[in-house]
Design a protein around this ligand. Structure first.
Ligand code: SF4
Length: 111
């Protein structure tokens, strides 16, 4: 196993421990999971932190800490409404068809 594959496996194991008590699991779409974890390893190599592969780094620490994966605790209401995280790396545990879920802009979620 090469270094990137090893790191993907390690991140997967660490993230699993965080998302499980939050009621989430990795998406059943293994292709998406593999792709996103690979992007996170690249971001971690570049920035030292596995930032979100789908959200832009702002350059200020307070905002950027909210997009360190898994960012579910910072966006709980939004992600719970979609039953998925923004990227689709994680879904609610009862989701079997991730393609049936859609992204909903945060502005459309009732506060
Ligand atoms: S949107 Fe998903 S993949 Fe992106 S940081 Fe948040 S939990 Fe991770």
């Amino acid at each position: 196993m090469d270094r990137v594959e090893e790191r993907k496996k390690a991140l997967r194991s660490m993230f699993q421990a965080v998302i499980d008590p939050l009621g989430y699991k990795f998406s059943p779409d293994e292709e998406i999971v593999d792709f996103l974890l690979e992007r996170e390893v690249a971001l971690e190599d570049k920035h030292g932190i596995p930032y979100c592969p789908c959200q832009g780094i702002m350059g200020n620490r307070e905002d950027d800490m909210k997009i360190v994966c898994p960012c579910i605790p910072f966006h709980r209401k939004h992600f719970d409404a979609m039953k998925r995280c923004w990227c689709g790396l994680y879904v609610h545990k009862d989701v079997t068809d991730p393609d049936s879920l859609r992204q909903i802009p945060e502005s459309e979620i009732e506060q």
